[in-house]
Design a protein around this ligand. Sequence first.
Ligand code: TRP
Length: 335
Amino acid sequence: MDGKKQVVFSGVQPTGKITIGNYIGSIKNWVPMQEQYDCIFCVVDLHSITVSQIPAELRKNTFDLLSLYLACGLDPQKSILFVQSHVSAHTELAWVLNTIAYVGEMNRMTQFKDKSRKHADNINMGLMDYPVLMASDILLYQTDLVPVGVDQKQHVELARDLAQRFNSRFSPTFVVPDCLTPKVGAKIMSLQEPNAKMSKSDVNENAVVTMFDDKDAILRKFKRAVTDSDTEIRFDKENKPGVSNLLTIYSAFSGETIQKAEERFAGKGYGEFKIAVAESVIEAISPIQSEQKRLAADKAYLENILKEGSEKAERIANRTLQKVYKKVGFIPKLR
Ligand code: TRP
């Protein structure tokens, strides 16, 4: 990090299995950013425990997600890769930011309201505080750009608000970050309810294709994908959401434009089309999957990456945290 390039920060929760939609919307876009920006990519395990987790699964998912990052092409020589809980500054800054975040504004967060509905038996303080922790992730690294999907835009806006509030209440401390939303917004929908986003927390496993599904599972899920009673393979989100979603997926994984794909499949049956979509996904992700498996088996290698990543992250994060502590009036800790 030479401090000349703009800083990019993003993260994914090690909760459940990452879907092909998450991959297309996030990690795949991050890979080329490494050439242009100083990138920091985090596995945000602290965020995950705002919803009940099975500890052994959380551990496994954390290593799986890190090895997936690497298999997709995130490069520890170019970017900082680390696990959130390894850098204690994240929770420490979150505490300070909590004192300038208002209960009212947290209560209005769309995702908090959604998750409260979904997990009505566990509306914990962490769930409400989730966006403040996310602001802390972003602000600690003086981040310029945050690549996230539209569902996270409100959270980045909160990070901006908190940065500006702190800067004006004390003195300029934080860079005010911007969202970096993907140019081609290929949003991938559920295979069973194509009007809803494909979500890793979906209970219907036929609706979701994950980056860890094997070939047979991928083929089976696409064969069962909801289409319509029509027979035409044409992109029309409103009237043909299922077919449009399959065309979007085909285009995202084959690299062909939607228009080209429509021409390719003109006059073909849905059965044949679905198999072709499945095959485009399999072809694109099989090499990533075998690399992910190979890396996940090499714990020592992964642990070494995490050790180096957290050391680099800590240096930057602690510099910001020390400034913040000083500005709010904490006396310096003598060493
Ligand atoms: N909330 C994000 C999500 O679920 C994950 C996340 C946590 C994040 N901290 C972040 C994303 C900081 C970008 C920057 O998708």
